[in-house]
Design a binder for this molecule. Structure first.
Ligand SMILES: *Cc1c(COP(=O)(O)O)cnc(C)c1O
Length: 367
């Protein structure tokens, strides 16, 4: 039996009729950039997130950069980011000219720790950019308080948390603004690159729409040095169809995560991810276990035909891209230790029960 890490074929098969119709609609319209499909998706996704505005952009990294630039974050500013995240979170801050200031996560939730955020705030700090890592909502109440007390912007990197709920609201609606990625492997994925910015602020939204389109709202009137980063009509049409399935697909992920947690409890030195008290606070973009025997386990599963991945093997502070910051590996010991012990098991809306059972049996066999 082969268990892929994530099946990117079956979602398309499940929706083939609808997707083909959506693609045909775009073909027949003869309009490919910033048109009706993008507007339609922006409206639907804003409504889904429970937020006033959504603007489609080219990818998740651009969504983050444009969001930060929309409030004039740049050279001389500091933005607080998690030490344990995909490097894109940091790269977006660097792209604006500002400095990413890493803060260690809570060892139980993998998410940024409010206590550590407080310690990192200084007079140069302009924003907190939290990441709802692996699909789990960040501690938004505490982060909002810190942001208010220190007059900081609070932003969400929502690239892994499409549909995640927090006290009845959704990620994307929990801060001043959020960035989404629709990279094919995300919980809501396009058939190419895509991203979006959501916000309740009219001013931020206006600026995002200018920045994504060459700094222009009226053709050939360029009021600032913007980017070219737009969600195209084909991806928008595809995302409209896939959005309809998101809650169902996320619920399948929750069921699989609960199954894994039940079945893998007490095995070897495994440390399982925590299921939040409110199970809606997690959408399980990734199911991440920890073990000292990570590399051996991953190899053993691979030989059985089970694909696993590591998110992430090199924390940003140890990445060559950030060598100029001159960090030592032990400057962020939690991020370092996670990079040495985490392993992501297969999970996704199209992983079968028998597939998950095979993963469990194989892990038991290993230990
Ligand atoms: C995927 C991801 C991004 C970047 O999204 P792209 O669309 O690939 O640019 C940013 N942040 C996090 C946490 C991600 O997982």
């Amino acid at each position: 039996m082969k268990v892929p890490f994530l099946d990117l074929m079956l979602p398309q098969q499940e929706l083939k009729t609808q997707l083909l119709k959506a693609i045909e609609r775009v073909l027949d319209s003869g309009w490919f950039i910033l048109g009706r499909e993008c507007e339609e998706f922006e409206k639907s996704f804003a409504k889904y997130c429970g937020v006033k505005h959504c603007s489609g952009v080219g990818n998740g990294l651009d969504a983050l950069e444009i969001l930060l630039r929309s409030v004039d974050i740049g050279v001389g500013d500091e933005v607080i980011v998690p030490s344990n995240t995909y490097i894109a979170t940091w790269l977006a801050v660097s792209a604006t000219g500002a400095k990413p200031v890493p803060v260690e996560p809570d060892d139980n939730t993998f998410n940024i720790s409010p206590e550590n955020v407080k310690k990192a705030v200084n007079k140069y700090t302009k924003a907190i950019l939290c990441v709802h890592l692996y699909g789990r909502a960040s501690p938004m109440l505490e982060l909002s308080d810190i942001a208010k007390d220190n007059r900081l912007w609070l932003f969400e990197d929502s690239a892994q948390s499409h549909g995640t709920e927090f006290l009845g609201k959704r990620c994307g609606a929990l801060s001043d603004g959020a960035a989404f990625s629709f990279y094919p492997g995300k919980n809501l994925g396009a058939m190419g690159d895509g991203g979006a910015v959501t916000t309740n602020h009219d001013i931020i939204n206006d600026r995002v729409r200018t920045l994504r389109n060459y700094g222009s709202r009226v053709k050939y009137q360029n009021i600032e040095k913007g980017k070219n980063s737009r969600l195209d009509e084909l991806q928008s049409a595809i995302l409209c169809e896939k959005l309809i399935m998101l809650d169902i697909w996320n619920e399948r992920r929750r069921a699989l995560a609960e199954f894994y947690n039940e079945q893998l409890a007490g095995i070897g030195d495994l440390r399982l991810p925590e299921i939040p008290l409110d199970r809606m606070e997690h959408t399980w973009h990734l199911y991440v276990i920890r073990t000292k025997k990570r590399d051996e386990l991953s190899k053993f599963l691979d030989e059985k035909g089970i694909s696993t991945l590591i998110h992430y093997p090199i924390p940003p502070h140890m990445s060559e891209a950030y060598r100029e910051m001159k960090y030592f590996p032990d400057d962020f010991p939690i991020a370092k230790s996670l990079s040495e012990t985490v392993l992501s098991l297969p999970i996704g809306p199209h992983l079968s029960k028998s597939g998950a059972e095979f993963v469990v049996t194989s892990i038991k066999e290993f230990f």
